[in-house]
Design a protein. Structure first.
Length: 113
């Protein structure tokens, strides 16, 4: 009996499940995308919600006396790409004098996770 070719009959196999397109988050997936929200209060900058690649997102409400919220983000868009860091202003109190006073006292938002 002749040896059977491994590929014989494979064209006849039909998948039983159609997976369709992968979710958008997998198509646009970065190598790393982590962030921490920082809240300026009369006590200084306080850590808020944060996202870590491995641990996921940890939600934490902003303090009630917060006058400014900033998100520090560290992104590596693809394997081998350089680290990109940003501080994005999320919210600021309409009381500009209080915001300025606290910024003068405690400085800008931390640039760390």
């Amino acid at each position: 009996m002749p040896a059977k070719n491994i590929g014989d009959g494979l064209a006849k196999i039909q998948p039983s499940v159609h997976f369709g397109e992968p979710p958008l988050e997998y198509i646009n997936m970065s190598a790393s995308d982590e962030w921490t929200e920082w809240h300026l209060t009369p006590r200084g900058w306080e850590r808020g919600s944060e996202k870590e690649d491995v641990a996921g997102t940890k939600k934490k409400d902003a303090p009630t006396d917060c006058v400014m919220s900033v998100k520090h983000r560290q992104l590596i868009p693809a394997a081998g790409a350089p680290l990109k860091e940003t501080n994005e202003l999320l919210w600021t109190s309409p009381d500009e004098a209080e915001v300025r006073s606290l910024l003068d006292q405690f400085g800008p938002a931390p640039k760390k996770l």
